[in-house]
Ligand binder design. Sequence first.
Ligand SMILES: Nc1ncnc2c1ncn2[C@@H]1O[C@H](COP(=O)(O)OP(=O)(O)O)[C@@H](O)[C@H]1O
Ligand SMILES: [Mg+2]
Length: 482
Amino acid sequence: TELQLLLPWLLQLLHCVCHLCVNHTCETEAEGACWNSVMLINGKEEAVKSCLSPSELKGQVFCYSSRNVSKRDCCFTDFCNNETLRLNPEPPTEVSGWSQLELAAVILVPSCLVCVGVILGMCAVQNLRCNHIKARKQDPEEPVDDQTLVSSDKCLKELIYDMSTSGSGSGLPLLVQRTIARTIVLQESIGKGRFGEVWRGKWRGEDVAVKIFSSRDERSWFREAEIYQTIMLRHENILGFIAADNKDNGSWTQLWLVSEYHEHGSLFDYMNRYTVSVEGMIVLALSIASGIAHLHMEIIGTQGKPAIAHRDIKSKNILVKKNGTAVIADLGLAVKHDSNTNTVDIPINHRVGTKRYMAPEILDDSINMSSFESFKRADIYSLGLVFWELARRCSVQGIYEDFQLPYYDQVQSDPSMDDMRKVVCEQKLRPNIPNQWQSCEALRIMGKIMRECWYTNPAARLTALRVKKTVSQVTVVKDVKE
Ligand SMILES: Nc1ncnc2c1ncn2[C@@H]1O[C@H](COP(=O)(O)OP(=O)(O)O)[C@@H](O)[C@H]1O
Ligand SMILES: [Mg+2]
């Protein structure tokens, strides 16, 4: 019977009210939903109505939160999100009736009574709501013993390991994520990117990184959390995702992404501070290429993963681990490939990458956005630039170059698209490869890889897998020599 009710929804497209769409309506893909939300922004209630894709729908955090500063609802019939949601429902009428009567008589005693009454009333309402939410939120995949799981003495690694061997392969269950996030104590701010701030936090004595988005950037938060929870994404060269949580601090919703903490920070910070040995460079280059190759690779099967393109590869979005390897971070702009329909799931926020690292075809807008291959090839161009930054810092017999961003000698800081297009597309300039790199085998190969990553013709560029193989052979050659 439930299936019968759901059947029309499974089979047909849904029409929803959408504020920001043409004609104020949108159409969801099959298995999507209509989304209705209201949020308190600068003291004003702001409603957002739109369509929700099936993948957004799966991240249930979006549909079921129901608190004083933000309320969301997902529904499954045409234009069901037309109703107006309101925050702060009126307290029960019995309570206010009581208070008015008593206030007329005495002042002190009744006001106390009112306070107690209001608190009880709110508890009752909250309870009702919770029960209601619980009744709706029956996810058979969520283990019942989440609480016991988190309350045991397990450390993060064990928790994540448990989940990757027994769970869905996409990460910790939402309740566990929330429980972890809510027991983190923030320590210090460690970075600022495009969205909010990154903090170092402590969870049960372990360091974690917390990326905090403002409620304005909810879509970006959701998108990044969604990408990190793609099944089988976990890899030693991709930042280890721990939890996503939307947390109410009384006046606004704080959106958290919790991940493993790496004290060296970004590759950008690391290269500014240190030079690297030839081995150090190869280890970093190999791990960066491995991370990107894993992202780009489609794995077929039930425990498979879709191909993913990063779209913002740069030294600030790569982190350096204690053991000298690297992880790819900041997946907020990534796109997934659906190989069945050969479509790209472009995120709703049309945020583009970092101009300095943009491939020529993005700068001159000739990129074929409907082909997934295009995004992978643009990543490879950016990877070439990162390799160039890295190779400059490789110290061979005490000789190395200072840290510089790509095109530091061609454009000023924060270049415009036009500045970049002139240099990269019209003048066809690329970063300079110093002569002395020819005298070191590893640097010579790195130089060759770079050139083959930043060809103007995207189809001529190396693939991530090819880069990985070539770099890994450098180590072999070196080992043989020694
Ligand atoms: N897990 C982490 N460990 C250590 N530093 C981090 C971590 N995540 C981010 N950072 C620091 O914060 C900066 C911004 O993080 P990022 O995820 O790129 O955010 P944004 O989307 O705002 O660019 C990074 O460049 C890095 O310096
Ligand atoms: Mg970033």
